[in-house]
Structure formats: C-alpha cells, structure tokens
Write a protein that binds this ligand. Structure first.
Ligand SMILES: *Cc1c(COP(=O)(O)O)cnc(C)c1O
Length: 418
C-alpha cells in the first residue's frame, strides 16, 4: 500500500469529511435560523490550505490577534470578512475592520477609547460594534464551565454593572451603535444546555436594555465528530427555540464561530514505530510522533487511534500485556498511551491518531523536530499542503552572531549607536 511510502510523522486532512461536516453545519443552520454567518476560529488551526478551503465555502475569519488578522488578509479575506475578537486587538486593525463594516466585538476599556476617538475623527460615518459579555454561566450550568466558580476573564461583566456602563458610554456617541452581542463562553461539557443558557442570556440582555440587535454571536465551543456527543443538528434547533422568544431571523442574524467541531473528524496524525525496547518490566515503543503534536497542553488522558501493521513485518505476533507508546522528544512526559493486551509493535508499524484537527498544529512547539508534513486526502489520494519545516524556515527570521544582521526596530537592519 502507498501509505508506507510517506515520511512519518504527518497529518492528513480528509477533504470530503471536512466538506461533509461544513455541510452539516450549514444545513443545521438553514433549518433552524435561516439568517446566519459562520466565522471560522483561526486559533483552532490556521493552516493556510484549511483556512482557504473554508473561505471558499463562505466562512468569515474569526481572529483574536493582529497577527491572525494579518494572516487572514494575506489569505485574501477583506476587512469586511473579518470577525475581530479578544482583548489584545491592535488599534490599527481595530479601526480597519470597523471602518470596513467587519465585525468587531469590543473587549476592554481601551477599545472604548479607540472607538470614541474614531467617532470623533469621522463624524459623518456610523460605526457599528458588538460587545463581548461576561456573565455568570456557571450559575446557570453548574459544573459545566471551564473555569467553574472562578469565572471567565473575557468581556465586560454583566453582574457588576460594567456591561451597562459600556452601553451607556457607547450610547453617548452620536455616531456609534451597539448592534451585536458576543457571548462566547468555553465549557467542559460543550452541552446543548450550555448553548441554551447562552441564548437565554442574549434574550435577557435584549429585554433588560431594550437593544436592537442586528446580530447575536454565540461564539464557538461546539462538539463535533464524537460518538454519543452532540452535533450541529442537536444545537441549532434548541438555540433557535430560545432565541425566538425575543428575536426574529428577519431582523437578527446568528453568528457562530466554530473551531474544533469542524475539523476534528477530518484530521488524523500518522506516526511510525522506530524502536521497541524492554526496560525493567516496561515495554517501550518509541515512535517518531509526539504528544506535543496532538496534545501540546498535555491534558488528554486517552486517544482515539488505530494501528496499521507493516506488511513486511511478521503477521503472527506475540500478544503483550502492555506497551508504552512514546514520542520522539526527550521529555519523559512524552508518552502517549499504554497499549494493553495488543500485538507486539515493531519498527515500521504505523499508529494513526484520529480526531486531531483542533488545537494541535496551531499549538505545536518547535521542539527537537520541526513542524511535520500535512497532506489532504482528495479522491483517495494524498496531496501535500505543508512541507515539513527545515532549519531554513526555522532560521528565517533570526539573526546570527554578526551585529549587522541584527535589528534595532521592526524594519531597519543593522544595530546603531544608542
Ligand atoms: C476559541 C474560540 C472559538 C472556537 O472555539 P472551539 O472550541 O474551537 O469551537 C470561537 N470564538 C472565540 C471567541 C474563541 O475564543
């Protein structure tokens, strides 16, 4: 089989699966709330091929830094196709997206200062903004949120009156309008109930502050591609049922910002066994993959995987009670899983991890081995869409020993006298 010819480790994104999952999302939205936009969460995985694929399907770019904003622009998104979120925006890109009619969800006091200055500088233009709301989701969904009772740190707090104060401050500007709410909240459970609670919060804010909203942005945080867990067709009818109490699709657009739920199922990571050794009572299977590539924050306790035993290795294998599958790095913690009561693994066998599209490539470090190859699978064939990084890419933005190679500032080359 061809599979053995590819240099491991590598990621594969199945284009057909990705298209099917995107189709499931649009189909679910079409049925539940036929006025929507999808902003793909760049931070989840901003591989240029992937982002461009989703752009072709009509997704906007959901970005949370100036670097991500500039990547989106480099990949052909116009400023009007950007959703700009998060507390670390830069003023220049903030103004560009806002002026072009893209979506800016305000998150922090300095953005209010920027907005006031922009409104004053362009009195003949109307600026429409969204506001990121921080609210006590844990109280509504006990035990389900990521931060629990400590609460999240993003957006303007509803409970202590900051959100109301922000509405007042923007309301004082003759040429600014709050036209959207952003309610992204991360949860451990990603349950439908969490999204119903978020939708209820949108309704409550509309009632309490008598808002006229052209959009409600629910953010991301959906499940996708996992057995016995919710999927897009479970979320959106439930969300729509709540939103309909206060909103109508004709007037208010739903914005969703999926990340991991779109890519999980489509993405696999293929690793090869390079060695197996016995040390004390433990059998170590050393592979050329790494936990840093698929679990860079070291939080997973299990992996979905399958094996492909090399055809030239003996087909008859001993069964071993446990084998410790470990990664290429020198860190002892780089152990992926215990393979229990399975066939003895040998050099050249493959271990293939499933559902590894989100928060893997984007969080990988440049530790010991550089970024691996990425392929897409199209009509049964693999096409390379990212080449394994080499020392050349690694060194591209670095100076060496000579002073004339160093930078004083962003663009000027060469160190000058202080
Ligand atoms: C991280 C994030 C997302 C995407 O989250 P997923 O869990 O990958 O779906 C969407 N919106 C915002 C604001 C985020 O911070």
């Amino acid at each position: 089989m061809k599979e053995w010819e590819y240099q491991t480790p590598y990621f594969v994104i199945d284009e057909g699966q990705l298209a099917a999952d995107y189709g499931m999302l649009t189909h679910a939205l079409d049925g539940a709330w036929n006025h929507y936009r999808i902003g793909y969460s760049f931070k989840t995985n901003s591989l240029p091929w992937l982002v461009t694929f989703l752009k072709e399907k009509g997704a906007m770019a959901e970005v949370v830094s100036d670097d991500e904003y500039r990547l989106a622009v480099s990949l052909g998104f116009s400023d009007a196709q950007i959703i700009y979120n998060g507390p670390i925006k830069k003023r220049d890109s903030f103004e560009k997206v806002l002026s072009a009619g893209g979506i800016v969800n305000m998150d922090g006091r300095r953005e209010l200062d920027w907005l006031e200055a922009l409104c004053a500088a362009h009195p003949d233009q109307v600026f429409k903004v969204g506001v990121r709301v921080n609210f006590d989701l844990e109280k509504r969904c006990p035990g389900q949120t990521t931060m629990g009772e400590a609460g999240g740190r993003f957006g303007f707090c509803y409970e202590n009156g900051t959100f109301a104060e922000v509405l007042r401050r923007i309301g004082n500007l003759p040429n600014a309008r709050v036209t959207g709410l952003h309610l992204h909240s991360s949860s451990k459970t990603r349950s439908v109930a969490v999204f119903e609670a978020i939708a209820e919060m949108a309704c409550r804010l509309k009632r309490e502050f008598d808002l006229r909203l052209s959009y409600v942005d629910l953010g991301g945080g959906y499940c996708g591609g996992l057995k016995d867990r919710p999927q897009y067709p479970d979320y959106f009818p439930a969300i729509a049922a709540v939103l309909r109490m206060e909103f109508a699709p004709e007037e208010t657009e739903l914005i969703v910002e999926p990340g991991i739920s779109l890519l999980s199922k489509a993405t696999t990571y293929v690793t090869g066994v390079v060695d197996a050794r016995q040390i004390g009572s433990e059998r170590y299977v050393i592979t050329d993959g790494s936990r840093f590539h698929i679990d860079p924050t070291m939080i997973k306790s299990s992996y979905l995987f399958r094996l492909a035993l090399h055809p030239e290795n003996p087909a008859e294998r001993r069964t071993l009670s446990h084998q410790c599958i470990s990664g290429f790095s020198c860190m002892e913690a780089d152990r992926l899983f215990e393979y229990e009561d399975g066939a003895e693994l040998m050099e050249h066998d493959r271990i293939i991890y499933e559902n590894v599209g989100g928060y893997t490539m984007s969080l990988s470090p440049l530790f010991i081995q550089y970024f691996p190859d990425v392929y897409i699978r199209r009509a049964g064939r693999l096409h390379k869409v990212r080449k394994h990084w080499t020392p050349r890419e690694y060194m591209a933005n670095s100076a060496r020993y000579r002073e004339e190679d160093m930078w004083d500032q962003e663009d000027g080359k060469g160190t000058k006298e202080a």
